[in-house]
Design a protein around this ligand. Sequence first.
Ligand code: PHE
Length: 358
Amino acid sequence: MQEDALQRIEGASDARALEALRIEYLGKQGSISALMKTLGKMSPEERQEQAPKIQSARTAVADAIAARKEAFEAEELERKLASETLDLTLPSPTAPRGSVHPVSQVMDELAEIFADLGFSVATGPEIEDDWHNFTALNMAETHPARAMHDTFYCSAEGANEALDTAANSAPNTPRMLLRTHTSPVQIRSMKEQGAPIRIIAPGRVYRSDSDATHTPMFHQIEGLVVDKGIHLGHLKWTLETFLKAFFERDDIVLRLRPSYFPFTEPSVEVDVGWQDVDGRKVLGGDGDAPGHGWMELLGSGMVNARVLEFAGLDPDEWQGFAFGVGVDRLAMLKYGMDDLRAFFDGDQRWLDHYGFSP
Ligand code: PHE
């Protein structure tokens, strides 16, 4: 019987057939179990003779079943491993990909260009107080830019909430607003870091204005350098160097025009020369040449002595220049976009077209 059993175990086709054999031989009603039961009825001599035989048959069958079972399990594992193989060289299914918004892209480009010139990036709150946005920038109570039609003021309730979170240590009035320019970061940076200082401050700004070239929220980048012996030449060189790097052209020509900002003295409006290329205005070249022209690009100037004082610096010791430029405008000029509003519509087709792969 043992021979027969071992052969059948060897021939079992799968784990189920094997289990059936186990029950047939070793189960409660199994044939080997039945043999074991006969031992009780035997004479002691007979039992002494039979017991080891039955015992060894039982062990042999149990061992064979265990071995076969292990073999089946190993086979099963092999099969699983084979069928669940991952081919890491297969191309992945194409999932929709996001892209870097042109404004973010341009801000990154600018931060990189200015990093090469030794500028670090500074930030300030978008919910700003009246003092940093206007007063410390030498804009009197009566300055027209403070008028409601330009500036978004917070309600008294909102103002108190904002005050709690803005952590304003500076002398301020409780009047809170959405900053109208990035220039308040000049004040915050000078107060925090003192001089010398060399920063840019990119960020969102808000004005109550809306048409094809104006949106109520837009982006600016502020530049500020304060050191000893700083003069207009430093400003001009810095702007020229940054604009040539940004527009990737060596023939960028600037025109500096006298202007007025309360926080700079003298103040300089900067125009950049353009030329007509196949009916398109392309930056570069002398704007005074025939067929060329000038485009207004940014505001700048030497930091007003009053502003240095407001920020706690001695104007007899320190001089500085500052500039502010629209980031959206820079993006439009560099990448040939014509409607500012499209920047903030979130139209997937526009983003696919103008966005940058990360
Ligand atoms: N803050 C000015 C604006 O928003 C720009 C500017 C910045 C001008 C710094 C001079 C110096 O128009």
